[in-house]
Ligand binder design. Sequence first.
Ligand SMILES: Cc1cc2nc3c(=O)[nH]c(=O)nc-3n(C[C@H](O)[C@H](O)[C@H](O)COP(=O)(O)O)c2cc1C
Length: 318
Amino acid sequence: MTANLSVSIGGLMLKNPVMPASGCFGYGEEYAPFYDLTRLGAIVVKGTTAEPCLGNAPIRIAETAAGMLNAIGLQNPGVVAAREKIQRLSSYNTPVIVNIAGHSTEQYLRVIEVLEDEPAAAAYEVNISCPNVKAGGMAFGTDPMVVTRLITAIRAVTKKTVIVKLSPNVTDIVPVALAAESAGADALSLINTLVGMAIDAETRRPVLANLTGGLSGPAIKPVALRLVWQVSDAVSIPVIGMGGISCAEDALEFILAGATAVGIGAANFSNPTVCPDVIDGIAAYLQRHNFASVQEIIGLAKNRGTDNTGGECACETK
Ligand SMILES: Cc1cc2nc3c(=O)[nH]c(=O)nc-3n(C[C@H](O)[C@H](O)[C@H](O)COP(=O)(O)O)c2cc1C
């Protein structure tokens, strides 16, 4: 008997818990030659803004040990042109989640205004890592009060599923997660990239024109896993876990840590079939371990019984 892979995220019924992460899958068309996109649990498109955006000046990408830095800067065609690309994705029988971005509440709301009556857009994933120009450029996602205001405003204008994508670049992610949940988020996704930088010793200059960029890939997996564990403990809405997933075992770790579904980002660049590979690997794991459904293993690593020694130590190094 094959295991049931379906999960639900807010109002979305996903046939399996695997989706690409925003910004690593364009609007889907680049990956369509590699496999039938209908296989995906959901398609998550590039961060979409109210107006077209050229992004940052090059160089915008740097390879790092076990990962990459990117400072793309939300390059996208703007919501009106993006809507046409999203409509084309409706030929695949899988929900399309639109990652939305802005530098003010009004800019986020403008994206929703254009997409709200678009049936091809099933849900919004709200990227709160963007700088808030009205708050001196500090990212929305660093202040729970700002998150409450933004998500309350978004909740008031949409009936679609709202997923809030959390930034790891905070001292404590839990108050931000709770603020998003209380303001009406249907689900949370995490993590976005960790801010980092690279310097070229020969030129003695920073590699990225933007100086800093977002670190992603296998290097960030342990951090992401810890944050997914913490957040899924704190909230009662579903969590979509991501950060460094490149194989089924990685995805399973996130599900066992409490994620209902997983997103795969940078790994798509080195292995374009990573998403279907992970779906097959999860199915094989469930069969091998006699689980009837993926839902049975969500958060299972937390059931540690009484043999847990040392788990309450608050020290960062042990
Ligand atoms: C090139 C690139 C572009 C990205 N663009 C976006 C974006 O537009 N919106 C967003 O919320 N996250 C964006 N991300 C973050 C990813 O969706 C994901 O959260 C992060 O890379 C961690 O997952 P990974 O380690 O599997 O890549 C981007 C990441 C990369 C590498």
